[in-house]
Design a binder for this molecule. Structure first.
Ligand SMILES: Nc1ncnc2c1ncn2[C@@H]1O[C@H](COP(=O)(O)OP(=O)(O)OP(=O)(O)O)[C@@H](O)[C@H]1O
Length: 305
């Protein structure tokens, strides 16, 4: 299991003090795909960089199968895609980059070459296998960065915005590969701003807001919980709304109100506030991850959405 245990991090410079993470804990079990979500600056990359040992936390620790960062074999358990714009050795070809990566992680040459060929084929980079990596397009570099991250077939993989900048086919290949890896028992921690990607892939959702984890739940449980709290109210005629202390939106016609309550029992309070506006129907509706994300990360701004 990959375990992040109560990490906190403050970045200090002469001019600035930034509290990036406060008591962040999360776990990734084998076979799980955990989506670490959050708005810009919420601390996702800092969390991932801490797991890779690129950021040293002020407090807390990270471990993989009981091994702490710095212990022998910690890094062998881990593959990380942190910067999709960077190639390890820009002057070497994709093939050479991959063979090198596999070899330094202990793979024998013939196996490393086989693995490099497999990954280049898989990601549609075989034609470019001998071109200097610095001549690849942005999308190709992203694919290579992904290939390098998983090259040595590690049991845990960190992916910071893996589908950023990829075309639709490449993104599909990557998503299929990520799902396949999880099926094969790998534990995956990924960040993305594309919430539909998270919804398709993840088994668990952790949301960071202001450097703190505000929710960490199995995706199905989270969706079910919100389905119970999400209602569509249709009015017989366009209405003006009273002050509503729940996340809500009224459509352009002024007749359809969508509300997410904090808990189902607040339905009574909602009805009380809407009285005496003429109601046509009230129904439960299914929510998408994007709405749940909004409700956890923008609660303050969204009441009057
Ligand atoms: N090396 C650093 N020095 C100073 N501040 C930093 C450093 N790295 C990150 N930060 C700050 O820590 C906070 C969290 O940044 P982080 O990159 O982890 O956010 P993020 O959730 O990955 O954001 P994004 O979605 O924009 O990539 C931000 O306020 C950022 O400016």
């Amino acid at each position: 299991m990959l375990k992040v245990d109560s990490i906190s991090k403050t970045f200090r410079s002469l001019r600035n003090v930034v509290r990036a993470l406060t008591g962040v804990s999360l776990e990734v079990k084998p076979g799980e795909i955990v989506a670490l979500l959050g708005r810009n600056g919420s601390g996702k990359t800092t969390t991932i960089r801490t797991v890779c040992g690129l950021v040293i936390p002020d407090e807390g620790s990270v471990s993989i199968n009981g091994l702490r960062f710095g212990q022998p074999n910690y890094m062998a358990q881990l593959g990380a895609l942190i910067d999709t714009n960077r190639v390890l050795f820009p002057r070497l070809s994709p093939f050479e980059n991959l063979v090198y990566t596999c070899a330094v992680r202990g793979m024998r040459r013939p196996k490393a070459r086989e693995r490099a060929k497999y990954l280049l084929d898989l990601l549609g980079l075989w034609e470019k296998r001998n071109a200097p990596a610095q001549t690849l397009s942005k999308g190709m570099v992203s694919k290579m960065a992904f290939a390098v991250a998983i090259a040595h077939d590690p049991p845990f993989v960190l992916l910071d915005e893996p589908t950023l900048g990829l075309d639709i086919d490449a993104a599909e290949v990557l998503e299929a590969q990520i799902l396949g890896m999880a099926k094969a028992g790998k534990g995956i921690l990924l960040t993305t701003h594309q919430l539909e990607v998270a919804e398709r892939l993840c088994t668990r959702v952790a949301i960071l807001s202001g450097g703190r984890i505000v929710v960490d739940k199995a995706k199905e449980e989270l969706l079910e919980m919100f389905d119970l709290q999400s209602y569509r109210v249709t009015f017989k005629e366009p209405v003006g709304l009273p002050e509503l202390p729940f996340q809500h939106t009224l459509d352009e016609s002024g007749r359809v109100l969508e509300v997410i309550l904090d808990y189902p029992e607040q339905l009574y309070e909602l009805m009380r506030r809407l009285h005496p506006r003429p109601l046509r129907s009230i129904e439960k509706r299914e929510v998408e991850l994007a709405e749940i994300f909004r409700s956890y990360t923008a609660r303050k701004e969204s009441h009057s959405a």
